[in-house]
Design a protein around this ligand. Sequence first.
Ligand SMILES: Cc1cc2nc3c(=O)[nH]c(=O)nc-3n(C[C@H](O)[C@H](O)[C@H](O)COP(=O)(O)O)c2cc1C
Length: 161
Amino acid sequence: MTVSISDFKQAMGSFPTGVTVTTAHDAQGAVVGMTASAFSSVSLDPLLVLMCPAKDAECYTALTEARYFSIHILSGEQASLAWQFAKSGIEKTHGLSMSSGPNGAPKIAGCLVYLECERHALYDGGDHGILLGAVRYLEMADSATPPLVYCRSQLGPLPPL
Ligand SMILES: Cc1cc2nc3c(=O)[nH]c(=O)nc-3n(C[C@H](O)[C@H](O)[C@H](O)COP(=O)(O)O)c2cc1C
């Protein structure tokens, strides 16, 4: 019996995740990036995280070739930021307050966590890449702020547990 893509997507949609935005500079110096729920902590020694960008994403080459990239964990109030970085063909940083991490990777103001990563490895993951980053710098906001969660195509703040 074959598993259909739509059943697979529906089943995976029942697994709640946090929401991140990964950004980097492209070869022209423009900030590019995408919303990604495929994100995980991987290793403590060295400190490694992974995210999985689709190979057909416009920002794929920039994200996977940049020496430094950044991963922002979104707060419960940042659903509109998640939708903004999930749209192709727009200027992703429109209306945002941007700065840089110590190694120059783009930084979006107001996120729950900022991780500045150095490219560690890129593995094949079918129609996605598996991008590992070594965490070189991090900032955290107030831990009382709820994170944004994604489940069954809905985005919203994590309710009190
Ligand atoms: C909540 C949410 C989670 C997403 N997670 C991923 C993901 O993990 N990997 C991915 O490739 N695309 C993911 N997407 C879709 C991308 O954000 C979207 O296709 C983006 O526009 C791709 O970047 P591009 O504009 O450079 O093509 C997600 C979208 C949403 C709304």
